[in-house]
Design a protein. Sequence first.
Length: 123
Amino acid sequence: MDKNENILADWKPIHDKGILAYVVPYTLRFLAAIATIVIIIFLIYRPDNTNTIRSVIINNTIIIVIVTLGRVFEWFKREKQYKNVIQLFQQINKCPMCSSEISSTDKVCPSCGITLGIENNKE
Protein backbone atom coordinates (compact mmCIF):
# COMPACT_ATOMS: atom_id res chain seq x y z
CA MET A 1 0.00 0.00 0.00
CA ASP A 2 1.16 3.52 -0.68
CA LYS A 3 1.23 6.43 1.76
CA ASN A 4 -2.27 7.67 0.90
CA GLU A 5 -3.82 4.23 1.35
CA ASN A 6 -2.05 3.92 4.72
CA ILE A 7 -3.51 7.26 5.83
CA LEU A 8 -6.99 6.08 4.84
CA ALA A 9 -6.63 2.71 6.54
CA ASP A 10 -5.17 4.13 9.75
CA TRP A 11 -7.38 7.19 10.13
CA LYS A 12 -10.80 5.89 8.92
CA PRO A 13 -11.78 4.23 12.25
CA ILE A 14 -10.61 7.27 14.23
CA HIS A 15 -12.43 9.63 11.85
CA ASP A 16 -15.65 7.67 12.30
CA LYS A 17 -15.44 7.84 16.10
CA GLY A 18 -14.74 11.58 16.20
CA ILE A 19 -12.49 13.95 18.10
CA LEU A 20 -13.72 13.06 21.58
CA ALA A 21 -12.86 9.38 21.10
CA TYR A 22 -9.36 10.47 20.05
CA VAL A 23 -8.65 13.07 22.73
CA VAL A 24 -10.51 11.98 25.88
CA PRO A 25 -9.00 8.49 26.47
CA TYR A 26 -5.46 9.81 25.97
CA THR A 27 -6.09 12.76 28.27
CA LEU A 28 -7.67 10.54 30.94
CA ARG A 29 -4.70 8.15 30.86
CA PHE A 30 -2.33 11.08 31.17
CA LEU A 31 -4.40 12.54 34.01
CA ALA A 32 -4.40 9.20 35.84
CA ALA A 33 -0.63 8.89 35.48
CA ILE A 34 -0.02 12.41 36.77
CA ALA A 35 -2.46 11.91 39.68
CA THR A 36 -0.77 8.65 40.64
CA ILE A 37 2.67 10.25 40.62
CA VAL A 38 1.45 13.20 42.70
CA ILE A 39 -0.23 10.92 45.24
CA ILE A 40 2.93 8.85 45.59
CA ILE A 41 5.04 11.96 46.08
CA PHE A 42 2.63 13.32 48.71
CA LEU A 43 2.56 9.99 50.53
CA ILE A 44 6.35 9.95 50.64
CA TYR A 45 6.94 13.55 51.71
CA ARG A 46 3.62 14.33 53.52
CA PRO A 47 3.53 18.05 52.88
CA ASP A 48 1.71 20.09 55.47
CA ASN A 49 1.85 23.28 53.47
CA THR A 50 -1.36 23.95 51.50
CA ASN A 51 0.49 26.36 49.20
CA THR A 52 2.58 23.45 47.95
CA ILE A 53 -0.51 21.38 47.29
CA ARG A 54 -2.18 24.28 45.48
CA SER A 55 0.88 24.93 43.30
CA VAL A 56 1.17 21.25 42.35
CA ILE A 57 -2.53 21.14 41.38
CA ILE A 58 -2.14 24.30 39.26
CA ASN A 59 0.98 22.95 37.56
CA ASN A 60 -0.71 19.63 36.79
CA THR A 61 -3.77 21.42 35.42
CA ILE A 62 -1.58 23.49 33.10
CA ILE A 63 0.27 20.38 31.91
CA ILE A 64 -2.98 18.52 31.23
CA VAL A 65 -4.38 21.49 29.28
CA ILE A 66 -1.21 21.64 27.18
CA VAL A 67 -1.32 17.89 26.49
CA THR A 68 -5.01 18.06 25.59
CA LEU A 69 -4.47 20.99 23.22
CA GLY A 70 -1.57 19.14 21.59
CA ARG A 71 -3.78 16.13 21.06
CA VAL A 72 -6.58 18.29 19.60
CA PHE A 73 -4.16 20.00 17.19
CA GLU A 74 -2.79 16.60 16.16
CA TRP A 75 -6.34 15.37 15.50
CA PHE A 76 -7.08 18.40 13.27
CA LYS A 77 -3.80 17.91 11.38
CA ARG A 78 -4.49 14.23 10.72
CA GLU A 79 -8.12 14.96 9.85
CA LYS A 80 -6.93 17.48 7.24
CA GLN A 81 -4.59 14.87 5.74
CA TYR A 82 -7.45 12.36 5.64
CA LYS A 83 -9.78 14.80 3.87
CA ASN A 84 -7.06 15.70 1.34
CA VAL A 85 -6.52 12.01 0.52
CA ILE A 86 -10.28 11.45 0.17
CA GLN A 87 -10.50 14.46 -2.15
CA LEU A 88 -7.55 13.15 -4.20
CA PHE A 89 -9.18 9.75 -4.65
CA GLN A 90 -12.46 11.39 -5.68
CA GLN A 91 -10.68 13.53 -8.30
CA ILE A 92 -9.02 10.50 -9.88
CA ASN A 93 -12.43 9.26 -11.10
CA LYS A 94 -13.50 12.60 -12.59
CA CYS A 95 -12.97 14.24 -15.95
CA PRO A 96 -10.49 17.13 -15.64
CA MET A 97 -12.64 19.35 -17.89
CA CYS A 98 -16.26 18.76 -16.88
CA SER A 99 -15.84 16.85 -13.57
CA SER A 100 -18.26 14.12 -14.62
CA GLU A 101 -17.68 10.57 -13.39
CA ILE A 102 -15.46 8.41 -15.59
CA SER A 103 -14.13 4.89 -15.30
CA SER A 104 -10.45 4.01 -15.38
CA THR A 105 -10.89 2.33 -18.79
CA ASP A 106 -12.41 5.36 -20.52
CA LYS A 107 -10.21 7.01 -23.15
CA VAL A 108 -12.79 9.65 -24.01
CA CYS A 109 -15.07 11.42 -21.53
CA PRO A 110 -18.65 10.29 -22.21
CA SER A 111 -19.99 13.67 -21.15
CA CYS A 112 -17.81 16.27 -22.89
CA GLY A 113 -15.90 14.14 -25.42
CA ILE A 114 -12.39 15.22 -24.39
CA THR A 115 -9.60 12.67 -24.86
CA LEU A 116 -8.33 11.46 -21.51
CA GLY A 117 -4.64 10.72 -20.98
CA ILE A 118 -1.84 10.82 -23.51
CA GLU A 119 -1.96 8.56 -26.51
CA ASN A 120 1.36 7.57 -28.03
CA ASN A 121 -0.04 5.97 -31.19
CA LYS A 122 2.27 6.58 -34.13
CA GLU A 123 0.74 5.42 -37.35
